[in-house]
Write a protein that binds this ligand. Structure first.
Ligand code: PLP
Length: 387
């Protein structure tokens, strides 16, 4: 499979393991039970392909899905069963109300202004239009202020037109369990939600899923951890979902002192060998890994030599040559896989796994693997993950 012609035509091969994705969903759902597990599939399921990801998660039992924009919702609505709920986190942009209602998508109302436009449409259509309400509990990003929430709470007619099935907020520091803001936000959330008619409550995302139970509410919105990356160090285990191989275009020898790549920023003290692979920052591989990151071949680390280019990266493969291991044009090296995790790449590039994932390019050949994965003993997760 690795050496077939179609894979030769692209510079890299991205494999998305839907069995691992489903296993992560089941594991997390188990962990947070009796709270329910929702899937966050915004940004094309963090770059992995919202269609196949939604299918696999629905089969694993997921019934609640979140995207950021209405456009993303429209792209996946048809792939979801009618009884699946699909929420748009950024709410209701002016002029999109009718499209949102027609598609049966549930907006997360973030302001009084969004709320009144949705209520007006429900009144005009003379049918109830469901919504979620987002409460700003101390992140100053999206959501109703305490005053705005109190104003809605006092407006019984609003709930007549707009049945609210979910009240949510978002933690600013859920990846830092020791921060006092987490408990502060949970307290404000409970107080604000208590003023509103009863609805499911949701405060936690992947980070919050690894906080104590009282953060889980009725529904946990899981993104990153479903895609196989840990929201912070020391929690897991999660099954890796993505692997990425890059094709070797050329291997050449370099003289001592010969400059490599843009800016000639890499030189070897002694003669050596450089392999050029067909993945670069145009494929989402961080340019920050210039002279820093690595690829792997049969477990050997091949350091990035020089700057990451748009379509290629040069690797110092002298160590392979010295060990008598052949590497030639058409061979593949590992960029993400058993030797190099998303978290490790993100750490080395000075960013977060979210950014590496969502930047994964459209230029790769993509394969979706559907191998079923046995569920791992949940006590493992509890031991390493439960604070
Ligand atoms: C993106 C997002 C999530 C998912 O976050 P993860 O850390 O990937 O689990 C949940 N809730 C909101 C409001 C989000 O914007």
């Amino acid at each position: 499979m690795v050496n077939d012609t179609s894979s030769d035509m692209a510079g890299g091969h991205l494999r998305v393991d839907l069995g691992a994705l489903a296993a992560n969903y089941r594991r997390m759902a188990n962990k947070i039970s009796p709270s329910s597990a929702a899937a966050v599939v915004k940004a094309d399921a963090y770059g992995l392909g919202a269609g196949p990801v939604c299918d696999a998660l629905a089969k694993a039992g997921c019934r609640d899905f979140f995207v950021a924009h209405l456009e993303e919702a429209l792209a996946v609505r048809a792939t979801l069963a009618d009884d699946a709920r699909l929420y748009v986190l950024n709410g209701l942009m002016p002029g999109t109300e009718a499209a949102c209602a027609t598609a049966g998508v549930v907006p997360v109302l973030n302001s009084l202004e969004q709320a009144s436009r949705w209520r007006d449409l429900a009144r005009d259509l003379d049918r109830p239009l469901a919504a979620a309400l987002q409460l700003d509990t101390g992140m100053a990003r999206l959501g109703l202020s305490p005053d705005a929430a109190a104003a809605i709470a006092g407006d019984a007619m609003f709930f007549h037109h707009v049945p609210v099935d979910l009240v949510m907020s978002h933690l600013a520091c859920s990846d830092e369990p020791e921060r006092a803001s987490n408990a502060d936000q949970a307290r404000v959330f409970a107080a604000m939600a208590d003023l509103l008619p009863r609805a499911r409550r949701s405060l936690a995302s992947s980070g919050g899923a690894f906080l104590p139970r009282d953060y889980h509410g009725d529904l946990v919105r899981l993104g990153l951890c479903l895609y196989g990356a840990a929201p912070r160090e020391g929690v897991g285990p999660l099954a890796p979902v993505v692997s990425l191989d890059a094709r070797v275009i050329q291997v050449r020898s370099v003289r001592a002192g010969e400059g490599v790549g843009y800016g000639l920023t890499f030189h070897r003290d002694a003669p050596g060998a450089i392999a050029t692979i067909g993945v670069g920052y145009g494929d989402g591989w961080p340019r920050a890994l210039s002279n820093k990151g690595a690829a792997y071949y049969r477990g050997h680390r091949l350091p990035i030599a020089g700057r990451v280019s748009m379509d290629s990266i040069t690797l110092d493969v002298t160590g392979l040559v010295e060990r008598g291991i052949h590497l030639g044009a058409g061979d593949t090296v590992e960029l993400l896989g058993p030797h190099q995790s998303l978290e490790a790449v993100a750490h080395e590039a000075g960013t977060i796994a979210y950014e590496i994932l969502t930047n994964l390019g459209r230029r790769y050949r993509r394969t979706y693997l559907e191998t079923p994965m046995p569920d791992v003993d949940d006590s493992l997760l509890a031991r390493s993950g439960q604070p």
